[in-house]
Write a protein that binds this ligand. Structure first.
Ligand SMILES: [Zn+2]
Length: 113
């Protein structure tokens, strides 16, 4: 081992014995760490969206029925496998159905005639 390194380690251990802590510099932010944090935020947002849609469609939020040995559904969790959550369904699915069939989703009166 290099004598300089040994001297430094001895010095640091003596400081430790005296109760002194070496001052830690904050880790400088790099472009890579910024990218990682952005990707973590995006990943969390996508997971939230996938879980809300699974809730609205009555699908397994873990696998959507695509993992045969899923711990949550045993592989049966494709959309419609479970009872959809009504508020999630009304929020995410009903407006789409209304758009497809061209009607106001919140209109409750039945047309006569
Ligand atoms: Zn599943």
């Amino acid at each position: 081992m290099d004598k300089g390194i040994r001297d430094y380690q001895d010095f640091m251990s003596q400081l430790g014995i005296l109760g002194a802590e070496p001052k830690r510099q904050p880790v400088p932010e790099t472009a890579e760490s910024v990218s990682i944090r952005r990707l973590e935020r995006e990943n969390a947002l996508l997971i939230d969206h996938a879980e809300m849609l699974a809730c609205a469609l009555g699908a397994c939020p873990n696998c959507w029925g695509t993992i045969s040995d899923c711990e949550e559904c045993g592989g049966i969790g494709s959309p419609g496998a479970f009872k959809p959550d009504r508020s999630c369904f009304d929020h995410f699915v009903l407006p789409v159905i209304a758009r497809v069939i061209g009607r106001d989703p919140f209109e409750t009166s039945l047309e006569k005639g």
